[in-house]
Ligand binder design. Structure first.
Ligand code: CAA
Length: 249
């Protein structure tokens, strides 16, 4: 695999963490593909802006919640660019509210987008990785899946579930050259975090981070790049925390 240009797919790569991951994987020489929500009217603008910065990404519409949409997306990528070698399950949403206020719609939305999506996307590429004897699946979870978070019963459950998925799948494909790992970022300076009410961020969250700052998307992207690399071949089933010391275990 070392000398071949790999196809790396990052779900939800337009903005935030996903964008930084796309940029880093491109810098490693991968052909980088991202998905975007079919409702996103700004996909072309993003591709254009990235091209101006020298990054020629590929992008396909995909609703990661819908099995048929995922299947069609991967079929199109495979036909156009070749099979996916590296899958980064990054697409995710928050619907923060205390459990007592949470309705089933907001529970389901988070479970479907953050957890069911891992099944929907990984299922499309796993057999091919096993057949070719090489693959990387990297699931972007969260510190809040490890420690729980006030207002996030849905998100914490989905993110913890991602790592259960990682561990079980890692066992099944360990002998086939395919590694499966979880990354659990802490609070990173993206729109998902800056959407938290400032007072909550300043008084309840930043004080819990020993480094006293938010993480940078590039810091997480560097870890993704390592897990996707040849050097990480013996690393599987892990949950790697990257959170400025907020949660140690
Ligand atoms: N810890 C302890 N108490 C908290 C709290 C916290 N983190 N956040 C809120 N509270 C308390 C308030 O002080 C208030 O207490 P009193 O009633 O005693 O005054 C009470 O909870 C408010 O409860 P409500 O049900 O009225 O909640 P609300 O409508 O004010 O909103 C919330 C609550 C939605 C959870 C809001 O506080 C919030 O958005 N918190 C941030 C949640 C968060 O950290 N989300 C992470 C998003 S980023 C991310 O998820 C990325 C990642 O992976 C790390």
């Amino acid at each position: 695999m070392a000398n071949t240009k790999r196809v790396a797919l990052v779900t939800g790569g337009m903005g935030g963490l996903g964008e930084a991951i796309c940029i880093k994987l491109a810098a490693m020489g991968d052909t980088v593909v991202t998905t975007y929500s079919p409702a996103n009217q700004k996909a072309k603008d993003w591709l254009g802006a990235m091209a101006e910065r020298g990054f020629h990404f590929h992008a396909y519409p995909c609703d990661v919640v819908e099995w048929d949409s995922c299947r069609a997306c991967i079929a199109a990528i495979t036909a156009d660019l070749g099979p996916v070698d590296v899958l980064v399950n990054n697409a995710g949403i928050t619907r923060d509210m205390t459990f007592r206020k949470m309705d089933k719609i907001n529970w389901d939305a988070v479970m479907h987008t953050n957890l069911d999506s891992c099944f929907n996307m990984t299922k499309q590429v796993c057999d091919g990785m096993v057949d070719r004897g090489w693959g990387r699946v990297i699931n972007i979870s969260s510190v809040n899946g490890q420690k729980g978070a006030f207002g996030q019963t849905n998100y914490s459950a989905a993110k913890a579930g991602m790592h259960g998925f990682t561990k079980a799948l890692a066992l099944e494909v360990a002998r086939k050259g395919v590694t499966v790992n979880t990354i659990s970022p802490g609070y990173i300076g993206t729109s998902m975090v800056t959407a938290i009410p400032k007072e909550v961020l300043d008084t309840k969250i930043i004080p819990q981070i020993p480094m006293g700052r938010l993480g940078k998307p590039e810091e997480v992207a560097g870890l993704v790049a390592y897990l996707a690399s040849e050097e990480a071949a013996f690393l599987t089933g892990a949950n790697i925390a990257i959170n400025g010391g907020q949660h140690m275990h």
